[in-house]
Design a protein around this ligand. Structure first.
Ligand SMILES: Nc1ncnc2c1ncn2[C@@H]1O[C@H](COP(=O)(O)OP(=O)(O)OP(=O)(O)O)[C@@H](O)[C@H]1O
Ligand SMILES: [Mg+2]
Length: 136
């Protein structure tokens, strides 16, 4: 694991890009020697944030640019931060019937979840543990 390593991706906020983004993130983590279990955790949580952008971000937004940005960054001290950002509008509401799992899944997996809605929505997730420590 190399502190400072980053992966940045910009894509249209469309469902056909979600799996390729997840795969690119998994490949990035594999190159950094993150073990498969931790990789699956990160890609599962990130997949939920990406699915939310595709489904919700631009429903109530007049933004002409409907894209999604992923930034994954290794911090010092065994921590991975993943940011999923869009230029849409966060929709605050009670969970729809039988729904509302995505953010719960992220909370269950990530050590920290923050949702910043100052400009569009930025979901930031941090993952900590030995899997994210620098390998020598
Ligand atoms: N990027 C986003 N832009 C706009 N609204 C969002 C975004 N992410 C989440 N939300 C809002 O938060 C709610 C809760 O998200 P969550 O992923 O928990 O549930 P869901 O997407 O409604 O259902 P599920 O994930 O179970 O399919 C969404 O219904 C939506 O209102
Ligand atoms: Mg969801």
């Amino acid at each position: 694991m190399k502190p400072g390593s980053e992966l940045r991706l910009y894509c249209p906020a469309q469902s056909q890009y979600v799996a390729p983004i997840r795969h690119a993130l998994a490949a990035f983590l594999e190159a950094l020697q993150v073990d498969p279990g931790a990789r699956d955790d990160v890609t599962t949580a990130t997949g939920e944030a990406l699915a939310n952008v595709v489904e919700h971000a631009y429903v109530r937004s007049s933004s002409k640019t409907r894209d999604v940005q992923l930034l994954a960054r290794i911090d010092r001290g065994g921590r991975l931060s993943v940011y999923v950002s869009d230029r849409g509008s966060f929709i605050r509401r009670k969970p729809l019937p039988g729904r509302g799992f995505g953010l719960r899944i992220i909370r269950a997996i990530a050590q920290q979840l923050r949702i910043d809605t100052t400009r569009g929505t930025c979901v930031s997730m941090t993952f900590e543990g030995p899997a994210f420590l620098e390998k020598r």
